[in-house]
Design a protein around this ligand. Sequence first.
Ligand code: ZN
Length: 310
Amino acid sequence: MTTLLLTHPACLEHDTGYGHPERADRLRAINDALAAPQFKSLKREEAPRAELAAIERLHPSAYVEMVRATIPTRDHKWLDPDTVVSPGSWEAALRAAGASIHAVDQVVAGKADNAFCAVRPPGHHAEPSRAMGFCLFNGVAIAALHARAKHGAERVAVVDFDVHHGNGTQVAFWSDKDLFYGSTHQMPLFPGTGALDEAGVGNVFNAPLKAGDDGDEFRAAYEERILPALDAFAPDLLIVSAGFDAHLKDPLAQLRLLEPDYAWVTEQLMEAAAKHCGGKLVSTLEGGYDLEALASSASVHVETLMGAAS
Ligand SMILES: [Zn+2]
């Protein structure tokens, strides 16, 4: 299998300031881990910039312009209490969104079987007109709309295993029956959304988990709720919001996943993609704030995508 790895040095230049959990060292930890010999066969490319027209399929131009106007020439500014921008943030945000878009192009064209985008800032909390939760542009939702507009995809699914609910993706997909959003997440927890009865037009499938839940509850949520719904939806393309902050060691949440749980969920999603869409799967980094757990979990995820994990 050919797995495409997209990243860009500009994603390290989005500076969130001292003590912020969503920091450049996260991406450095992943890059270091993916430099190991078992990742030699990855197809590596630099993420291109997203075109504004692609971003504006989701985000109104007034919002995009507001984000750009907020970027400071020095130090930091805040889009909300959690969401910091620095001089490098605009370029990083364009590269992060561009990674998901380019990954879709490459996977749909058959130039890679699947892809992982090691980028930041993350995206799944960004609503069409609102930055929040460390997120500026919602890369997975932008990529889904791009797949429809440019590649004629009829049904695109996003599955989100970040420990936080992807409120932005849910809002973006809410009333469109040809877009699927399925999420496991800890609840109650930021951002507060993601209850079982938030169902859109029958296209949104939330599976909230409780603090202290481990891989058993996580796997049950997939087996009983997310995977059957995904199977019934039968996507043309599967996009994954891959956050690794449900790991036992993560400081921002209280789920207890371990690396084998990330291998398992990756395998399940690959099987669903193989069944419905020729294996076409694009995964994008969201959260994950313990550097060691993030690096090892992302490694297991990518190894599984490469078909090389045991
Ligand atoms: Zn998260």
